[in-house]
Design a protein around this ligand. Sequence first.
Ligand code: PBG
Length: 329
Amino acid sequence: MNMLRRPRRNRKSPVIRELVQENFLSLSDLIYPMFVMEGQGVRSEITSMPGVARFSLDLLLEEMQECVDLGLKTFALFPNLPESKKDKYATESHNPEGLYLQAVKAIKNRFPDIALMTDVAMDPYSSDGHDGIVEEGSGGFEVVNDETLVVLAKMAVAQARAGADIIGPSDMMDGRIGYIREALDKEGFTNVSIMAYTAKYAGAFYGPFRDALDSAPRFGDKKTYQMNPANSREALIEAELDYAEGADFLMVKPAMAYLDIIKLLNDNFDLPIAAYNVSGEYAMVKAAAANGWIDGERAMLEILTAMKRAGAKIILTYFAKEVAQLRKS
Ligand code: PBG
């Protein structure tokens, strides 16, 4: 057969395949989300996220040490609070003596060289399970935007004061990046970064995370603030605003079903793009692998590499520790 171009030549051996490989997954791309809870000596497995647990602070520090030894350098922290600490205004979120801010402080004391990302949104602390303040009226309930910004800014400043390196507003209120940026700068935290949850969709993939935090909305859903999964043009509007308001990173969440959005933002903005490989995506891989239906390890690497190929520089993933363990072995 007379064929001048034979693409298979570039796949003929492992060395050649590696030579032409365009995208690589590196440990320094990964952010490992972790969960802290009250108590001592507690490790509480999350049933819907096999291999992921909530830790009391003492055990969290030990677990983090293990991750640091494996080469992970960036972590995101979320709190699981008892119902008794939750209220309508997420007051506990800016209590400097509270679980979360004490944990941030302890982590940065013990590991000054890691980068710690904190979460800004009301849901872990809200008795309503929403990311903002809920007002009830005759026509139902509303998550009120501008009043919420005040709480978010308090939370962000308190986190910066506790030692956070990157603030991660995951709430999707309008104008929050600019409002938080100004609040941080006014308090002298001009060096604290903001990773905006820019295109965060109201999807079905957050269930296991809400189990981990006991943070599911007590009523209604999050569709008036998180985006409609059917839309992509809106993601550009969100990105323009976050860029103009001073975000240092733009995030797309979830990741697997939103690779086009990752590419869209990467093609149009010069900030580093992050992808959040969320809890439901993790759970799907783990469940299928546990049934022997897919090779979980290969699926994990394929999914994460695809996110890089789509244009994500950074990936938040519950697989981070497993990837690091694979690299060590
Ligand atoms: C809410 C928040 C959510 C996640 C991070 N922050 C879920 C939600 O919007 O209810 C989800 C992360 C995951 O599913 O892994 N502020």
